[in-house]
Design a protein around this ligand. Structure first.
Ligand code: PHE
Length: 357
């Protein structure tokens, strides 16, 4: 065999070995045996010194061609083996995301009933076109009271059992908001009507017994437009109660009441039949038509704009819906209580899927 035939034979052998390499490791062995420092192709390159001068050019070109073909074949084979390896992993590591969560540490966690109800309520109002608005827990006296038509010295301030913070340098007196109504003010001061928001959040009052805790949760709603009236308020509340308590019909009672920031004002009761206990009225929220003074205090024209607002106790409707007897237990961070009343993290409330856990 002459030298050229030897080279052809070597190339053919290497290409066959590459084709036959069944694993990435085997392929790498072939690569090292051919192109590694002491590999067969590398040694051919090194041997060019012994080739007679007139043959050097042709020899070099041939060896280079072999090197290129071998490299290309290695790369092509590697691509095939790589994708086979990915396919194999996909086959063995396939995860069926529709299966339930495996029992284990991850299944220990629970969603607090108040968080669950918070999500349910947001979902129901979102479906009616309400956006979620937020305000800070630490509020100014101005937003929590004055602009809500509760000026300094107004007796309604006494009813709120307010936690005041220490006076700051510039004399502004901050407090822990006693209700979510300051979010009404924040919204009207920053947004042009039509306005349609709900504002869920924590509120604080100096109060503590079986039905009162110093911190609790409210959901505020505010709708302001040019012709919004009490019929709209009634419809929204009815639709909300039906969706929330998952019943076809809810009997409601509007009792005349007084809030400085609404006129007229009312307290709203629902027939406890909604929670399977007919024959009793349950108070669930305070509501009314936003007082013209409040609209004016936010820089809007009360001759042009009007609307309604309501504030609902989130903890209260949580207790009603899920049969939780004592408000204080809600915030006791007792894991046994959470195991009993809490929700599984994947139990996400949707209108279509039903809100109940
Ligand atoms: N802010 C009132 C409260 O905390 C509830 C309320 C809100 C009443 C909006 C009327 C309108 O008692």
């Amino acid at each position: 065999m002459d030298a050229a035939a030897d080279l052809k034979a070597l190339e053919a052998r290497l290409l066959t070995e590459i084709d036959n390499a069944a694993t990435l490791a085997a392929l790498d062995d072939v690569r090292i045996a051919a192109l590694g420092k002491k590999g067969s192709v590398s040694e051919l390159m090194a041997g060019i010194g012994k080739v007679p001068p007139e043959e050097k050019k042709a020899y070099g070109a041939t060896v280079n061609t072999i090197k290129t073909r071998v490299s290309d074949a290695l790369a092509a084979r590697k691509a095939v083996l790589d994708s086979a390896a990915v396919d194999a992993r996909l086959a063995t590591e396939r995860a069926d995301v529709t299966l339930p969560v495996r029992l284990g540490p991850l299944s220990e966690g629970r969603i607090h009933p108040v968080s669950q109800v918070f999500e349910e309520v947001v979902e129901i109002f979102a479906d009616m076109g309400f956006a979620v608005a937020e305000g800070p827990d630490i509020e100014t006296d101005d937003l929590n009271f004055t602009r809500l038509n509760i000026p300094p010295e107004h007796p309604a301030r006494q009813d709120h059992d307010t936690f005041y913070l220490n006076q700051t340098g510039d004399g502004a007196r901050m407090l822990l908001r006693t209700h979510t109504s300051p979010v009404q003010i924040r919204t009207m001061m920053s947004q042009k009507p039509p306005i349609r928001i709900i504002a869920p959040g924590r509120v604080y009052r100096i109060d503590s017994d079986a039905t009162h805790t110093p911190m609790f949760h409210q959901i505020e709603a505010l709708v302001i437009d040019e012709a919004t009236h009490m019929g709209h308020l009634k419809w929204v509340l009815e639709e909300f109660c039906k969706a929330f308590f998952e019943v076809d019909d809810v009997k409601m009672r509007f009792r005349a009441s007084h809030f400085p920031f609404t006129e007229p004002s009312m307290e709203v009761d629902i027939d406890a039949a909604a929670i399977g206990k007919p024959g009793r009225w349950l108070e669930i929220l305070g509501a009314g038509m936003v007082h013209p003074n409040v609209i004016r205090n936010c820089g809007l024209d009360p001759e042009k704009y009007q609307g309604f607002a309501f504030g609902m106790g989130l903890d209260r409707i949580t207790m009603l819906k899920y049969g939780i007897p004592d408000l204080r237990d809600m915030f006791s961070a007792d894991l046994r209580w959470m195991k009993h009343y809490g929700f599984l993290p994947l139990d996400i409330p949707t209108i279509s899927g039903g809100a109940a856990g």
